[in-house]
Design a protein around this ligand. Structure first.
Ligand code: ADP
Ligand code: MG
Length: 343
């Protein structure tokens, strides 16, 4: 049992700017496991951006090309559970030898090994054995190796041996392409206008785009209606309100401050330092975007500032991200983290 899900392939993985490098490296590995310099391949990025899909695609491609090879996919969570069971049944050696016998070991969501020292130790030995023998290792994580605090240094240093590449949130064109592709696999043909509307309004990740599509189909069949623009609007609204309930200004403040490594108090004080002002403006902007709070409420949360300050923050950020792609990426990353924490 490889643990691979056969529907996750390269064929149905849409290329976009945000996943270009990760996809190219993954594809090369599928052709030549263990033989490229991408060993290990470490793919990281926010939730719902295609990491799991891509690493399954690697495994499926290896098996398609080399049916005799041994490939295994497992999440680091499941790996930990299996390890604990092996300890209890006195079969740690078998457990370890099983993984050492693979031609390709694919571990998803490696961040769940944080704080689990015994599992990390065992994985370290498995990693070394595989790597020495030219076997392929593929890892995914919600953050970069260097951000994996609580993972042993020796493990992190090995993650840096190969290629680390991130997946960024999809841009508008990629979102439209994904929606088009998915809706066609569901056997429906959505107009360009509808595709654009959904892609414009659901921007955070691909899982949510899919969720919206599924909801749209459900709504259409429940009401026995054609998928028209009205139904689309209603569905998008529905999907985005359920998402917003869990997100609070407190959470936004916390994530923004963690990202910039500043104290939350600083956002409430009258501090005019450049990076504090930017963090504060981003937090206000996201509060307006991700919660239903009024301008007044948002102002109050940031040290009793006036609603016009919030409007100013909003327009400043909107203007800045038009020309500053780096900032746009930063805000997307923060948004992903917020949504991930709230989910
Ligand atoms: P992650 O592991 O990063 O949280 P997943 O791989 O589970 O994300 O992706 C979420 C959903 O989005 C899956 O159903 C996946 O098939 C789909 N998906 C992600 N990226 C793409 C892509 N580039 N093309 C097509 N579908 C994608
Ligand atoms: Mg995943």
């Amino acid at each position: 049992e490889s643990g691979l899900i056969s529907k996750y392939t390269f064929d149905n993985f849409i290329k976009g700017e945000g996943n270009q490098l990760a996809r190219a490296a993954a594809y090369a590995i599928g052709d030549n496991p263990g033989q490229t310099s991408f060993n290990p391949l470490f793919i990281y990025g926010g939730v719902g951006l295609g990491k799991t899909h891509l690493i399954h695609a690697i495994g499926n491609k290896i098996l398609e090309k080399f049916p005799e090879k041994r490939v295994i996919y497992i999440s680091s969570d499941a790996f930990t559970v299996e390890f604990v069971e092996a300890i209890q049944s006195n079969t740690v050696n078998d457990f370890s030898n099983f993984y050492k016998s693979m031609d390709a070991l694919i571990i998803d969501d490696i961040q769940f090994l944080v704080g689990k020292e015994k599992t990390q130790d065992l994985f370290f030995h498995i990693f070394n054995a595989l790597h020495q023998n030219g076997k392929q290792i593929v890892l995914s994580s919600d953050r970069s190796p260097k951000e994996l605090k609580g993972l042993s240094d020796r493990l992190v240093s090995r993650f840096l041996w190969g290629l680390q590449t991130d997946i960024q949130p999809p841009d508008l064109e990629t979102r439209i392409a994904i929606l088009k592709n998915k809706s066609e696999t569901y056997g429906i043909n959505l107009s360009r206008e509808i595709l654009e509307y959904i892609a414009h309004n659901i921007t955070s990740n691909i899982r949510e785009l899919e969720g919206c599509l599924v909801k749209l189909l459900a709504n259409a069949s429940l009401t026995n209606r054609e998928i028209d623009f009205d139904l689309v609007k209603r569905t998008v609204k529905e999907v985005s309100t359920t998402k917003q309930v869990n997100i609070s200004i407190e959470l936004i403040t916390k994530v923004v401050c963690e990202y910039f490594d500043i104290e939350e108090n600083k956002l409430r004080e009258k501090n005019r330092r450049k990076e504090i002002v930017l963090a504060r403006q981003i937090a206000m902007y996201l509060s307006k975007q991700l919660t239903k709070s009024s301008l007044k409420t948002i102002g109050l949360h940031f040290g009793g500032r006036d609603h016009s300050t919030v409007i100013h923050a909003q327009t400043s950020i909107e203007e800045m991200i038009l020309s500053d792609l780096k900032l746009k990426e930063i805000i997307n990353t923060i948004k992903n983290k917020i949504e991930m924490t709230a989910a």
